[in-house]
Design a protein around this ligand. Sequence first.
Ligand SMILES: C[S@@+](CC[C@H](N)C(=O)[O-])C[C@H]1O[C@@H](n2cnc3c(N)ncnc32)[C@H](O)[C@@H]1O
Length: 232
Amino acid sequence: MKRSIQKYFHYFDVSELERMRALYGDGELGERPVLASVYSAIRHRRLPERYPEAVGYGTNFCEAYHKAIVQSMGCALLAQSWLRPLAAYIGQRPCLEIMAGTGALAWALGQYGCRVLPTDNFSLRDTFGRRWVKVRRMDALRAVKKYGKKVDFVLLSWPFIGPLPQQILAWLRQHNPSCRLIYLGEWRGGCNVDDAFCDFAQEDPEAAALVAQLRKHYQNWYALHDSIYILK
Ligand SMILES: C[S@@+](CC[C@H](N)C(=O)[O-])C[C@H]1O[C@@H](n2cnc3c(N)ncnc32)[C@H](O)[C@@H]1O
């Protein structure tokens, strides 16, 4: 993992937000209240249609709320604007989620009626403050070997960089070639997948129009370049 990302995976003490408020008021760009209201909505499982521009500011408050929101929801900025068309595409077809973290993505798609089984080996258990759904404890490759032939989609959001994403895609290609990997994260040179994965993965041309639509809505935190991919 890139050094710059590591700080988001250490347990963040949310009382820090109150201390910062006492010190810095509403922030350099007046961003604190807007970020606080997004955080509060997420705490109550209300995912926004889209996020305010302030998520892209490089301020202290932006960094602090980034940590708090990762802890509470996860790494990707889950927004209804792209979850809705993604859920419509998935429909009732079964999905497995690996490295699911809090399970917020599985929960959000579940709100649209999608059937997602979230799994994770809980190796980051000190980072995520809560789970949104019951997440089955399971190693990612083991989960794919166990359920991968029975699902139409495998969801993978913000994996750790390493050989696993490519092993998973290779297994799917061999054992269930019609299954698609829905990947959320950074691409080549980023903090989630290595070059070997980027060379190996192929975008599904049949999903190109949908992916273009999803990417129009997908947003990033400051200095991050994650996006959404439908891969085979
Ligand atoms: C960076 S977090 C991303 C979590 C979530 N998908 C998100 O987008 O917020 C990576 C997750 O992968 C899990 N993990 C790491 N290695 C794993 C493995 N070999 N099998 C299953 N889960 C794993 C960690 O426990 C952690 O929850």
